[in-house]
Design a protein. Structure first.
Length: 346
């Protein structure tokens, strides 16, 4: 089967990482693949390294040629700008397109945007909440839920040892992500204020950078149990997952939470919120804990519980890793393949 993936993002974040992982698995399965991408993006460079053809496109109005989709069964859209490109290419050369939506924000009330969604042969949401947003905005008759899959990172035991030595005799709690308001880093700092008094052995390490950095550092001033470690290169994430005792993700909203999947696959218990697609991953009291968004007291209490009950934490870690089987890339790629074949027969 020949599939054309389209992602015109200029940066490289969770969506691009997930797209790349799906493409790698489809390449392994023998798909004939091509990609339309921003030529200056890290995503395009990653695709080139796979020896997959990359059609360079700086704007969705550009790079429309019949040769790009000649013989392709469908176009797979992975972000907003890509939708407009696929809509034009699909209209001009009669190729169906499929959309994967990764964010849980309501779809904007823009006529052309919603028209583009309705014209898609199928729309995929990563979680139940995203699928509901799609249904509310478009009433599309062919909506599917296919989660993203966790990315596996290499582990360097020397780096792991260095992290553990840096925080010797501390219970290491990590939160990873861009420092954005909706990610709930402010909740973490409020929880740290309580933990500094009740559980001083807990060290919260924030892995990320972003526009909220200055405000968060001000909020965390004089707190000895908060460390701003900055944005981590991809090759370091596996080391942090291996060194940590616990992961937290107190977002106010979340499409699914790819970093949660990555942590759980690495064998970490995760404390998340009842927000967006997080509830599709974490089963409260089984493979992790769920709290209400913004509840710093509950976050502190759950961290404290796991810091003092290693047996419970160990049990949840095992459950977390076990629950990732249904999120494996082999499983999700198979579901996408079934959907592709269904669209090709329409």
């Amino acid at each position: 089967m020949r599939v054309l993936h389209v992602n015109l993002a200029s940066g490289f974040s969770g969506g691009e990482s997930q797209t790349l992982q799906l493409i790698k698995e489809q390449q392994r399965l023998g798909y004939e693949l091509a990609v339309v991408a921003n030529p200056k993006s890290p995503f395009a460079e990653q695709i080139r390294q796979l020896d997959i053809p990359v059609h360079e496109c700086r704007h969705f109005l550009l790079a429309h040629r019949s040769a790009i989709t000649n013989g392709a069964q469908l176009i797979h859209v992975h972000e907003g700008k890509a939708l407009y490109w696929a809509m034009l290419q699909g209209w001009a050369y009669k190729v169906p397109y499929l959309i994967t939506r990764r964010i849980d924000n309501p779809i904007k009330n823009k006529q052309l945007l919603r028209f583009g969604y309705r014209q898609a042969s199928a729309v995929v949401g990563l979680s139940h909440v995203i699928a509901e947003r799609i249904k509310e905005a478009t009433a599309h008759p062919n909506i599917h839920i296919i989660p993203s899959s966790p990315v596996s990172y290499p582990v360097d035991q020397r780096e792991v040892a260095a992290i553990k030595a840096r925080f010797a005799e501390r219970f290491i709690v990590i939160q990873a992500g861009n420092l954005l308001k909706h990610k709930g880093f402010d909740v973490t700092i409020k929880a740290a204020q309580q933990l500094a008094k009740d559980s001083p052995q807990v060290q919260l390490v924030l892995l990320g950078d972003g526009p909220e950095m200055s405000a968060l550092k001000t909020q965390a001033k004089d707190l000895p149990n908060i460390t701003f470690a900055g944005k981590q290169p991809r090759e370091m994430m596996g080391n942090w997952f291996a060194a940590a005792d616990l992961q937290i993700h107190p977002s106010y909203s979340e499409g699914l939470g790819s970093v949660i999947l990555e942590g759980m696959q690495s064998g970490l218990t995760v404390i998340g919120t009842r927000a967006g697609g997080i509830v599709d991953i974490i089963k409260d009291g089984d493979n992790g804990f769920l709290i209400e968004p913004g509840d710093a007291n509950a976050l502190a209490a759950k961290i404290q519980l796991l810091a003092h009950d290693s047996q419970l934490n160990s049990q949840m870690q095992k459950q977390a890793r076990q629950s990732m089987k249904s999120f494996s890339i082999e499983h999700t790629a198979q579901i996408y393949g079934d959907l592709y074949r269904h669209i090709a027969l329409l």
